[in-house]
Write a protein that binds this ligand. Structure first.
Ligand SMILES: NC(=O)c1ccc[n+]([C@@H]2O[C@H](COP(=O)([O-])OP(=O)(O)OC[C@H]3O[C@@H](n4cnc5c(N)ncnc54)[C@H](OP(=O)(O)O)[C@@H]3O)[C@@H](O)[C@H]2O)c1
Length: 232
C-alpha cells in the first residue's frame, strides 16, 4: 500500500488531501501543530490503521526531527511527501512592513518544507519512485509579479521554488521527483470565500497531478489543473 505524508493537515487543503488519499486507499501520516482535529479523529476511526496523526510544527527543527523519527516507526518508506503547511500574512502594506512577518513566512513556507524533506529523505529513498510536492503558488512567480502584494508570502514561496530546484538536483539522481505545484485559488481560510475552486476540487486536481509526476517533471513549477508549466 502506498504511503503519503501531508504537512499542515489540520484544516484547508491539507485536511482534504488526507481525506482523499485515504479514499484512494493510501496510508497517510498527517502532520499537524494541533493533533486534536475532529475530522482527523473521525477519518482515523473509519479507516483503522491507515491514518497516523502526528504532531508537526515545520517552524521547529526539534518537531521536524521528532516527526520524522515517529514516522519511521510506523513505515519503512514514503511514496509521497506533500509539503502543504503554509502561512499567508494578509494586510501587509509597503511602508509598514516588519521583519517578524517576513521571517516567519520564510521559516514556515520555505525552510520548513526543505528541512522536512531533508528529515524524510531516508524514507523517500526506500520507495520505488518517490515524489515530493511542494505546494507553491503563482504568487511566487517573479515573471508574473506586477503589483506589490503579500510580499512575505510571495518572497517565501519564491524561496520554496528555489528549494524545489535544489532538492530536484540533489534527490533526482536518487530517483526522487521534486516539484512545485500551484493548486489554484482555493476556498480555504487562506484563500477566502471568493476563491473559484472548492477545496475538494483543488485536492482532487493536486492528487491527480501528484501521482502522474515523473523524474522528467522534477525541478518544475506546475499548475495542478492542466499541468501547465508556470514561469519562475
Ligand atoms: N488557498 C489558496 O488559494 C492557495 C493558493 C495557492 C497555494 N496555497 C497553498 O496551499 C497550502 C495550503 O493552504 P490552505 O489554503 O489550506 O491554507 P489554510 O487553510 O490557512 O491552512 C494552512 C495549514 O498550514 C498549517 N500550518 C501553518 N503553519 C504551520 C507550521 N508552522 N507547522 C505545521 N503546520 C502549519 C495550518 O495549521 P494550523 O491549523 O495549526 O494553523 C493549516 O493546517 C499552503 O502552502 C498555501 O500557501 C493555497
Amino acid at each position: 500500500m502506498s504511503i503519503a505524508i501531508v504537512s499542515g493537515a489540520s484544516r484547508g487543503l491539507g485536511l482534504e488531501l488526507v481525506a482523499q488519499l485515504l479514499a484512494r486507499r493510501w496510508r497517510v501520516i498527517a502532520g499537524c501543530r494541533k493533533t486534536q482535529v475532529l475530522r482527523l479523529t473521525e477519518l482515523a476511526g473509519a479507516r483503522p490503521g491507515r491514518l497516523h496523526v502526528m504532531p508537526l510544527d515545520v517552524a521547529s527543527e526539534r518537531s521536524i526531527a521528532a516527526f520524522a523519527g515517529e514516522a519511521s516507526i510506523v513505515t519503512d518508506h514514503v511514496d509521497l511527501l506533500i509539503n502543504n503547511a503554509g502561512v499567508l500574512h494578509s494586510g501587509e502594506r509597503y511602508g509598514q512592513l516588519v521583519a517578524k512577518t517576513l521571517v516567519e513566512s520564510f521559516t514556515v513556507n520555505a525552510a520548513g518544507a526543505l528541512l522536512l524533506t531533508q528529515a524524510c529523505t531516508g524514507l523517500l529513498r526506500q520507495a520505488q519512485a518517490a515524489r515530493v510536492v511542494n505546494v507553491s503558488t503563482v504568487m511566487a512567480s517573479m515573471a508574473r509579479t506586477e503589483t506589490f502584494r503579500t510580499p512575505s508570502y510571495a518572497m517565501s514561496k519564491a524561496a520554496l521554488n528555489m528549494a524545489t530546484r535544489l532538492l530536484a538536483a540533489e534527490l533526482g539522481p536518487q530517483g526522487i521527483c521534486v516539484a512545485s505545484v500551484h493548486p489554484g485559488w482555493v476556498q480555504t481560510d487562506m484563500g477566502g470565500t471568493a476563491a473559484p475552486l472548492s477545496v475538494e476540487a483543488a485536492a482532487t486536481a493536486l492528487l491527480d497531478r501528484a501521482v502522474t509526476l515523473g523524474l522528467d517533471d522534477s525541478g518544475r513549477f506546475i499548475a495542478s489543473d492542466e499541468g501547465a508549466l508556470l514561469p519562475w
